[in-house]
Unconditional design. Sequence first.
Length: 348
Amino acid sequence: MSAEQGRVLVVDDEVLNRTLISTDLQEAGFQVALAENGDDALMGLRAQEFDVVLLDLSMPGMDGLEVLKRMKADPRLQHLPVIVLATIDEMDRVVQCVERGATDHLSKPFNPVLLHARIHAALADRRLHEQEELYRQDLERRVWEKTQDVQRSYERLQRALDGTVHALSSVVEMRDPYTAGHQQRVTVLACAIAQEMHLPDDQIEGIRVAGLLHDIGKICVPAEILSKPGRIQETEFNIIKGHPRVGHDILAKISFPWPVARFVLQHHEAMDGSGYPGELTGDDILLEARIISVADVIEAMSTHRPYRPSLGVDKAVEEITDKRGIRFDSAVVDACLALCKRGELELS
């Protein structure tokens, strides 16, 4: 046989056993090293590499079971195959060794043919383990690389989505300079309310996108109505009230990860059914739309409009407080009031 059969460490306190095993294995083509006690075995294992260990169970001082325990506690040695050598009356302790991770056992006195077979089986298991480890490492590398590719693709899509959202958002504000920044301010406040309510990040991201687009339907409203100073007539207001549905129809054609079109459609609905366009009530209104609704009212009342000066934050807070649980969702109002109390009602 070739001298490349494998490297074997024979651990036995009896000189005769070590000599017989060493001679037999060397003739069979194995490279053999010897250790006469547990301390020498552990020292040798840490000094050089072996493919399999033949470990005598009964030795003075540190016995085979203790050597095995220490090997399994060492990350560099824990996967090394160990074949325990024991007499027939030591089977109970052999079972303990197997439970501790021994690969196999061999009864003394042993048959050389059986010894070679057990060693070859242990070496085959070791090679299989090494191949599995290499496969696992290669699989982890491939998964990591694919994850990076997916992440880069996601980031590109996210940038494209953000660009599309901001482009659509700017269309309305270019036609209505008096409300420039309205959608951005509503978005900031709506996201702050959502965070105060401890909503998950993905849901908050859907609110962010819908907030930036909630007035996209005003593209259908004549500019002279949007920028009209003074009181708006009922017929003009009816035209304005059509913007949630127009916004829905525009956005329904875009495949967002969230039902953005429905958020936009419902952002003027009221808990008591007095809103528009669907006169929905309570839980029929999506939570995201309820949040945008409160943020929209706060922003609109706190800033100047062509038809009136700013009413101020205090008046806006009074409005949502008075209509808490009537027009506006109670939990959303409470979150908004908590922000106000802490001085975190951001409208810049």
